[in-house]
Ligand binder design. Structure first.
Ligand code: PMP
Length: 368
């Protein structure tokens, strides 16, 4: 159990652990928001209360994530997955191509959807090495007339991340869903950065998108209005009813991040927490194995295997009994996965590392 109340150690891949103090604040002001006699989610999104919430969340997101002024932030519904379609719809014009790095399950999803809307090619495919690493820049097979290179900076299922940013002659578009606001980005390389909120940013129900303002002059206009970035940007993400509750919670998470020391503190914490788990794996004499190449190991989603599937089952059931929850790997790959997002306390990671050491001591490989 987590020391604070009876909350468990929650290693869920998303939706996932949120800061306890944020949950408590939301609970406290939920029924009667700032003396208005109604909840924030019962009010008009065009009223003064929600307007203040949205304006603050926008400003804080730029500040905390250290985003330069030549970007705008958008809060849209449809999750990260709608962006898989909106990106090619909006960005690919006049015979331009979209280049994609196929780094695993989520990149593959982005490629599948983009193909419905434009001329897409795979600049590098990780299938040959079973998606255990990211490409070097030299391995990217870029073609002429490429508008952008799409990367999934962290693959949530495979547990790999780009440690080195690709050096290419075209702008990057990045799906940062599972490492949002956990590391600094080289903004000069990006035209667009996006992700679902339900990991590091708040509850499910919205995507947060940072888009370079100058590209909005050239995006496609022959789209349904909700699908147009320029319309959302011009209306301050108020073109239709925005996801009010996720925006409200995101604002609180941003304040929490700022209080912890901002992006630099999140980076340090991510390195410490992931370091502790990779050490538990590497020091286990091969009992636990991580399939990912060391340089590309994710700092948010730590994947590992045990000597046998029987031992994995036992590990999952015994860990849950002591309050270490949601350690099962994604159903498509099996094994174990610890998602250790920003709000997961270091003490939860320490509890897991200790459990791993005890489990390997008490369950000989031959048992499997
Ligand atoms: N990209 C990545 C890297 C993800 O991890 C996920 C969800 N886990 C998605 C995209 C899809 O996000 P959503 O469910 O918000 O559409």
């Amino acid at each position: 159990m987590n020391s604070d109340s009876n909350r468990k150690h929650n290693f869920s891949a998303g939706p996932c652990t949120l800061p306890l103090e944020v949950l408590r604040q939301a609970q406290q002001e939920f029924v009667d928001y700032q003396g208005a006699g109604m909840s924030l989610i019962e009010m008009s999104h065009r009223g003064k209360h929600f307007d203040a919430v949205a304006v603050e969340a926008m400003a804080l997101s730029m500040e905390v994530f250290q985003v330069p002024d030549d970007f705008s932030v958008l809060f849209l519904q449809g999750g990260a997955m709608l962006q898989f379609s909106m990106i090619p719809m909006n960005l690919l014009t006049h015979g331009q191509k979209g280049a994609y790095v196929n780094s695993g399950a989520w990149a593959d999803g982005a490629i599948t959807d983009a193909k419905a809307y434009g001329d897409i090619y795979t600049a590098w495919d990780g299938a040959e090495n079973n998606y255990t690493r990211m490409p070097t820049s030299a391995e990217l097979a870029m073609q002429d007339h490429t508008r952008y290179l799409h990367i999934t900076t962290n693959e949530t299922i495979g547990g790999i991340r780009f440690a080195e940013w690709p050096e290419v002659d075209v702008p990057l578009v990045g799906d940062v869903s599972s490492e949002y606001m956990a590391r600094r980005l080289p903004w000069e390389k990006f035209d667009l950065v996006y992700g679902g909120a339900q990991k590091n940013l708040g509850p499910a129900g919205m995507a947060v998108i940072f888009i370079r303002k100058s590209i909005l002059e050239h995006t496609n206009r022959d789209l349904g209005r909700y699908l147009r970035y320029d319309i959302h940007e011009a209306s301050g993400s108020m073109f239709n009813t925005p996801p009010v509750f996720p925006i409200y919670m995101f604002g609180k998470v941003l304040k929490w991040m700022k209080k912890q020391g901002g992006l630099a503190a999140m980076e340090t914490l991510a390195a410490e927490k992931s370091g502790a788990l990779y050490r538990a794996i590497d020091d286990s004499d091969g009992y636990y194995t991580c399939p990912v190449e060391v340089a590309c190991r994710s700092q948010m989603n730590v994947v590992f295997r045990l000597p046998s599937e029987q031992l994995e089952q036992k590990f999952l059931s015994e860990s849950a009994q002591v309050g270490l929850m949601n350690l099962k790997g994604h159903r498509s790959v099996g094994g174990c996965r610890a998602s250790i997002y920003n709000a997961l306390p270091k003490s939860s990671v320490d509890a897991l590392a200790e459990f791993m050491a005890d489990f390997s001591d008490n369950n000989a490989r031959t048992n499997g």
